[in-house]
Design a protein around this ligand. Structure first.
Ligand SMILES: Nc1ncnc2c1ncn2[C@@H]1O[C@H](COP(=O)(O)OP(=O)(O)OP(=O)(O)O)[C@@H](O)[C@H]1O
Length: 371
């Protein structure tokens, strides 16, 4: 557990970088510091490894005031990852990763073996170990940075905007990788970003900083999106917070309609009769294995000659589907919004249709979870 007790940083020129922070970072969880530029996130982070000394207040790790520890020793128990990885350009990837174990006095063979193990853990090819940092892509360099920070198996990992220099696709895959690693390693991670989406994705808890180095809100992401404490936090997290919040609710509780699902060999009159009975204006056509093929409207059915099979009609695309077991309400809503029928198609693990849900029914389900 890391505790900030009234930790403040004032600079001689009068700048208040952090104005008395009181906050507890839970062991084994990911805590994200988020906020606009200059709001004191990096300064607060660096107080943890004594790269910044507070002008007043205290920082403790597991109850011990860190001022009682030699900074060099302290830093060996705290991994540190920064933007653009900060790798040593004239050392190979393997030697970069082995830096801290070597500093700790490990023999070269053991340090290299550990480095090779970490390369695999962060998703790098072992052949890349002999390369120099400039011979890697930005995303690969970040992975090396993460591997280097993890090399001595420190209980605490500080990450200062580690993924902000890479493109959005690479960034998303690095975020996935970190989530996967964290499930396995359960480090105490403090992660700085100015990107609220990244914060919501990665954080077990999120600390929102406001200008002047003041903590505005400290909450679990669901709570932050549901109940921002004030206008600053609300505008910082964005007015689409309602949609983002839906990521936290599973789609599995949605009641799906399967009465309007027909096979491609079914004749139009069968679907026509069913639609007339229910008043639903669309039918979903599936293949024999229940994978989706597309939508047919009540108007098409009314105009089609009797005896024709549904697969012979011009089907509207079903768009993208959502997985009823693993996806969230956000995925279902997205699928419904993009569907020409205004309905989202729910599928199982094998991609077979379970049923569909209309925007109206989704709206009702969303209301029911929105307190
Ligand atoms: N050595 C210094 N002397 C004076 N002011 C400083 C010094 N270092 C940082 N600051 C100021 O302290 C404030 C907080 O900086 P900090 O780097 O912690 O912000 P941040 O929230 O991490 O911002 P960013 O997202 O831009 O990295 C800023 O106004 C910065 O200019």
């Amino acid at each position: 557990m890391i505790t900030f007790e009234g930790a403040a940083k004032h600079y001689p020129d009068g700048t208040v970088a952090v104005a008395g922070l009181d906050l507890t970072v839970a062991t084994g969880r990911t805590t994200v510091f988020v906020g606009p530029s200059g709001s004191g996130k990096t300064t607060s982070l660096r107080m943890i490894n004594r790269m910044v000394e507070p002008t007043s207040g205290t920082v403790r790790i597991d109850g011990h005031d860190i001022r009682g520890q030699d900074p060099a020793v302290l830093r060996r128990s705290i991994g540190y990852v920064i933007q653009q990885a900060g790798l040593f350009p004239h050392r190979t990837v393997l030697d970069n990763i082995a830096t801290v174990p070597l500093l700790l006095g490990w023999r070269r063979g053991r340090a290299r073996a550990r480095a090779a193990e970490l390369m695999e853990l962060v998703g790098l090819e072992s052949s890349q170990g002999r390369r120099y940092p400039h011979q890697l892509s930005g995303g690969q360099q970040q992975r090396v940075g993460v591997a280097r920070a993890l090399a001595a198996d420190p209980p605490v990992l500080l990450m200062d905007e580690p993924f902000s220099a890479v493109d959005p696709v690479v960034r998303a895959s690095l975020q996935d990788e970190l989530l996967r690693l964290q499930k396995e390693l359960r480090k105490t991670i403090v992660f700085v970003t100015h990107d609220i989406d990244e914060a919501v994705r990665l954080g077990d808890r999120i600390a929102v900083f406001r200008p002047g180095g003041v903590l505005a809100q400290y909450d679990a992401p669901e709570r932050l999106l549901a109940a921002p404490v004030d206008d600053f936090v609300e505008s910082f997290i964005g007015y689409d917070r309602g949609v983002r919040r839906l990521s936290f609710f599973p789609a599995r509780d949605l009641a799906l309609d399967d009465g309007g699902v027909f096979e491609e060999e079914d004749r139009v009159e069968r679907a026509r009769t069913a639609l007339e009975a229910t008043g639903v204006p669309w039918a979903l056509v599936v293949a024999r294995d229940r994978t989706p093929l597309g939508w047919v409207s009540d108007r098409q059915l009314a105009e089609a000659p009797t005896g024709v099979v549904l697969g012979g009609l011009d089907l509207a695309p079903y768009g993208h589907t959502f997985n009823v077991a693993t996806d969230s309400l956000r995925a279902a809503l997205d699928a419904a919004v993009l569907s020409p029928a205004g309905r989202a198609v729910g599928v199982d693990e094998d991609g077979c249709v379970v049923g569909f849900v209309s925007q109206d029914d989704l709206g009702a389900a969303i209301w029911s979870v929105s307190e």
